[in-house]
Ligand binder design. Structure first.
Ligand SMILES: [Zn+2]
Length: 267
């Protein structure tokens, strides 16, 4: 066989082998990436277990975390779907390789939840002593509220199942989690706070295009649970719609513009 003929026969084989090799490497990297996203425990050096929570971090976890979990559970128990047997895994991501892996979509968030595996990811730096999360720009927010919010997503999945949760509109999923985490702001004496609605009436009217739409989702949830007295299943039903609920609250506000709380403040 001439050298040219031999080369022509070898060339396609070599190209095919290289592609096969590259394909194998890519699949392996993707497999490791997906594994680490779903089971990031191996990326964290410190862990504590307390009640139905497991907390993971690469920094020392301050003992104040026990109090934060206790308080979070007190608030979570106000939620109709609370279940103390659902395990909650909470990862403090700051300074971890997990943050590097997910930086593109996690950077600006307080936290996010991974369904199927019940992972609650807390993104900014954690200060347990002050129950605080500290963003890279210095902004501070509440750690317990973030844990409560993300835990509610686990409870939603536990109650409804994964496939149903995937079909529930975002305003109900987020509205319910926001509402449970920040009930004190949204309710007054067990009723939707008239003052809170008044302070946000512009955003409710603009809903869902308002920049505060998550907050408005929580107001709508508070309204449906406390003024319409829907239970969790009724709230999640398909016939409870976003647009009609927002309109209903605006009407409710103008029909109840002088409330008990306003009468007291007028005295
Ligand atoms: Zn959420």
């Amino acid at each position: 066989m001439s050298p040219t003929k031999f080369y022509n026969r070898l060339k396609p084989m070599k190209t095919k082998t290289v592609f096969k090799y590259m394909g194998g490497v890519c699949i392996t990297i993707m497999g490791i990436y997906i594994y680490l996203i779903l089971f990031p425990q191996v990326l964290f050096s410190n862990k504590i277990s307390y009640r139905n929570f497991k907390i993971y971090s690469n920094n020392k976890i301050d003992d104040k975390i026990y109090k934060i979990i206790d308080n979070s559970i007190v608030q979570l128990k106000t939620c109709e779907i609370y279940d103390s047997t659902v395990l909650q895994k909470v990862f403090f991501m700051e300074g971890s390789f997990y943050f590097t892996l997910t930086r593109a979509f996690s950077k600006e968030r307080a936290g996010f939840h991974e369904f199927l595996v019940n992972n609650t990811m807390v993104v900014p730096k954690v200060d347990e002593k002050n129950n605080a999360l500290i963003y890279h720009d210095g902004k501070v927010c509440n750690l317990a509220q973030t844990i409560i919010h993300e835990t509610v997503h686990s409870l939603q999945e536990s109650k409804l199942g994964f496939w149903r949760v995937m079909k529930i509109p975002e305003w109900k999923m987020e509205g319910y989690a926001f509402y449970i985490a920040k009930t004190d702001l949204i309710l007054n004496n067990g009723h939707l706070s008239n003052k809170y609605v008044r302070d946000n009436i512009e955003d409710l009217i603009k809903h869902p295009s308002s920049s505060k739409h998550y907050w408005m989702d929580a107001v709508m949830t508070g309204y449906l649970l406390n003024e319409r007295h829907l239970n969790f299943e009724q709230f999640m039903a398909d016939d409870v719609k976003e647009d009609s609920t927002a309109k209903e609250i605006v009407d409710w506000y103008f029909n109840n513009s002088v409330t008990h709380e306003e009468l007291i403040s007028m005295k």
